[in-house]
Write a protein that binds this ligand. Sequence first.
Ligand SMILES: CC(C)(COP(=O)(O)OP(=O)(O)OC[C@H]1O[C@@H](n2cnc3c(N)ncnc32)[C@H](O)[C@@H]1OP(=O)(O)O)[C@@H](O)C(=O)NCCC(=O)NCCS
Length: 415
Amino acid sequence: MIAGRAVAVRRPEQIEARHARSLLGMSVSPAPGPASGVVTLHPPMTQSATTASSLAVRCRQPVEADLERILHLLDRAFGGWPGTSGLRAAPIDHLRWKMNSHGLAKEAHLVAEVDTRLAAVAVRIVRPAWIRGTLRLVRDSVDHAVDPTLQGHGVFSRLREHPTPDADRRFAMAFGPVTHPSVRHVLARTGHHQLGNGVQVLYKPLQVRRALSNVWRENSHPLRRLLASAWIPVAYLAWRVPGVRPRVSHLPLATVDRFDGRFDTFAPTASRPFDFVVARSRAYLNWRYADTRGGRFRIRVASAGDAIQGYAVTARTGDRGVIADLLTLPGRLDVAHALVDDALDSLAETGAVSVMTWLPTRHPYTGVLRRWGFTSARRRVDYRYQPLSTSASELQFLRDRDARLHVMPGDSDYV
Ligand SMILES: CC(C)(COP(=O)(O)OP(=O)(O)OC[C@H]1O[C@@H](n2cnc3c(N)ncnc32)[C@H](O)[C@@H]1OP(=O)(O)O)[C@@H](O)C(=O)NCCC(=O)NCCS
C-alpha cells in the first residue's frame, strides 16, 4: 500500500516515528536453505523475557484459510485497512479482490509465521505489461505488513529475502512504488533499481481558498507556502479563462461501466509508443476499474464511430480528485485534452478541492496536463524495479532518463 490512499496511508514522519519505536535491535542468524524457509532470530541478551526467546520464522504462500488472519494483520499493522474512503465493499471482499488480480497472483503472495502465529504478509498485484513490445507479467508488492508486536525483529527482511524461484520464473520483474523507509532500505540491498525517467506528481487546485488552506497546513516552509500561494490562483485561472483554455477534440465522450471488446483493438495500439506500459487488456481493466470491490471509478471513453480513441478514469480519495488513468491513440493529444477537460469538470462537480495525478517526467501527456494548469508537486513517486525472469541488461532501458514509460496512479494501489 502506498502513501496517499486515504486513511491507511501514513505520512513519512509518522512511519519513521512508529518504526523507530519498533526497532528492538535483534540480530539475525544466516538464512537457512530454501527448502525449510525457517530462520531463527537471536535477540540480544538484554531483551525482555517476551522477546528473549528465539523466533522461528517460516515463509510460505498463503491459502484461502489464511484470509481472515491476513485481514486482521493488515488492519493492525496499518491502523485500519483498507482505509479507502468511499469503498463500499467489505474489507474481506476488497482483500479477495486485491489478491486475485490475475490467475497467477496466488503464487506471488507470501506470508510468514512465527510458531503458529501469522507474523507478516506481502500482498502482490500481478499485471500484464508490454516491455519493449513483448507481453510479460510483472508483480507489485502493494501491502507489506508485519504484526506490530514483531516489527523491528527482522521479520520483514526475512520475508523479502525468502527465495521463491518457481514463482519468480513467471514474472519478468517486480515493479512498483515504495514509500516506507524500511521497505526502501531492504529493497535497495535486494537488487531493486530506480527509474531513470522518474515519476512526478502533478497537482491542480479546483477550489482556490480550500487549496490554499491545504497548502498552508501541509507546508511549514515560508518560501514553499509563498510559491504555492502564488501558483494556485494562476493554475486555477488557466482552466477558467476562455482564451486560455486549450483546444480539445469534439469527439463524443461516454461513461461506461465496463470495458468492452473494442478495447482489445484500442489498447495494444495506444500502448505502442511506450517501452514499458501496463497492458490494458479488457480483463485487467475490468478487474482494476469496473469491480466495485476494488473502488469506485468513473470511466469516460472517447470514440469515433466504433473505434475507441482514448479513455480516462477518475476517482476521489478524501477531498482530492485523482486522474487514475489516461490513454489515447498515439498522437491524439487533442483527445487527451478533451478527456482532461472533462475529468476536471466532473471532479469539480463532485466538490473536489484539487486534482492529483502522476506521470513519468518525460511523457507526451505532461504538456497536456500543464496546459490545464497542473504543476509538479515537490513529491516524486519512488518507483523501483527488480529483474526476476528477465535479465538486468534487458531492463537496463528503465534506468534511462528518456525511457518511454507510461505509469499512472491506477497502475498502483493508490486509488
Ligand atoms: C514496513 C514493515 C513491514 C517493516 O517490517 P519490520 O519487520 O519492522 O522490518 P525489519 O525489522 O525487517 O527491518 C527492515 C530494515 O529496515 C531498516 N530500517 C528501519 N527503519 C528504517 C528507516 N527509518 N530508514 C531506513 N531503514 C530503516 C531496519 O534497520 C532493517 O534493516 P536491516 O535488515 O539492514 O537490519 C513494518 O514496519 C510494518 O508492517 N509497517 C506498517 C505497514 C506499512 O506501513 N507497510 C509499508 C507500506 S506497504
